[in-house]
Design a protein around this ligand. Structure first.
Ligand code: ATP
Ligand code: PRP
Ligand code: MG
Length: 293
């Protein structure tokens, strides 16, 4: 049995649940309780704040968990937990920023004794120490961007993704502290337990199969048999396209075949145009939930 810690709120909670559901790991019983069962009776789930998950996994309260890389660093857990995979979403950069009208434009302009407001006190402190700087850290629990304007800090160290919040608050980026995405992490002891490691590996494979399928589409069409060679050049597919005969056309003067192949989503536009030129008909482009190789 493994216990998987998932974020109960916040922006990474929904995408993580969606991936798990597509992976076939549906959460079955979930009321107001912070624990839940899944369709696999050997995988139980606990819900917690993304911020607390690194600590829960490091301590072995949970065997595996989903959290942000920034939060792992803030809780000083990178040495105590293993990263199993990068979900590649929830991407944000932790940056130091100063008011647009300030003279602090780069790391060299930051001086000892300045005040810096942040939700990430440990990570900020470690970064500044590494740069040989000693600043006063003002710990806040959100809306950090306001700190310079109410006079409690010269700088902030906060997450930015689209850059909108910085701009809206007339702040400019000074330097990047770390770049983060959402990760699947595991307790080191859990990985040494044969039974848990097997379950964890099943979980990784299921998630990978969903992530791999995300950028792919299944393309299906009917086409004249005589054009098959040309069509194969357009849709090579993962292992070559699957080609089958369309019965009702076999005794006509234009025998048809049905073709299907998995292709990259970003090539669909070009491929469909090429297939139409090769007399492809009834072309279907279908999303794929999982690809298990
Ligand atoms: N603007 C953003 N864009 C993308 N990812 C972000 C952004 N802000 C935070 N994150 C990432 O989301 C994760 C934070 O999840 P968490 O649930 O703690 O925060 P949240 O979604 O900001 O919720 P709240 O601020 O309400 O507590 C972190 O790993 C962080 O890097
Ligand atoms: O670059 P952007 O796309 O504008 O995103 C950055 C903002 O997102 C996060 O705030 P959040 O919404 O989590 O609020 P919080 O500060 O209360 O955590 C972060 O702390 C920034 O304020
Ligand atoms: Mg936040």
């Amino acid at each position: 049995m493994i216990l998987l810690a998932l974020p109960n709120k916040g922006r990474i909670s929904k995408p993580v649940n969606e991936i798990l559901e597509k992976a076939g790991l549906k959460i079955t019983v979930r009321g107001r309780s912070l624990f839940a069962n899944t369709v696999d009776e050997e995988i139980k789930v606990m819900f917690a704040r993304a911020k607390d998950i690194p600590e829960f996994v490091a301590d072995g309260v949970a065997d595996v968990g989903v959290t942000g890389y920034d939060l792992m660093l803030e809780r000083d857990t990178e040495d105590r937990i293993d990263t199993l995979l990068d979900f590649k979403f929830g991407s944000a950069r932790l940056v130091i920023a100063s008011p647009e009208n300030s003279e602090i434009n780069s790391l060299e302009d930051i001086k000892d004794g300045m005040k810096i407001a942040t939700e990430f006190p440990c990570l900020t402190k470690k970064y500044l120490e590494k740069k040989g700087l000693n600043l006063e850290i003002i710990e806040l629990s959100g809306a950090t961007e306001i700190a310079p304007f109410i006079g409690i800090a010269d700088l902030i160290c906060d997450l930015t993704s689209t850059g909108t919040t910085l701009k809206l608050n007339r702040l400019k980026e000074v330097c990047e502290v770390v770049s983060s995405t959402t990760r699947l992490v595991a307790n080191k002891n859990a990985l040494e337990d044969e039974e848990k490691a097997r379950k964890i590996s099943e979980l990784i494979n299921a998630i990978r199969s969903v992530m791999y399928a995300q950028s792919k589409r299944l393309i299906m069409l009917n086409a004249p048999k005589s054009n098959v060679e040309e069509i194969i050049k357009v849709i090579p597919g993962m292992n070559g396209p699957t080609i089958s005969e369309v019965k009702s056309y076999q005794n006509t003067d234009m025998p048809m075949v049905a073709i299907q192949a998995v292709v990259e989503e970003n090539q669909i536009f070009t491929i469909v145009n090429q297939l139409e030129k090769l007399d492809g008909r009834d072309i279907l482009v279908v999303p794929i939930e999982r690809i298990i190789n």
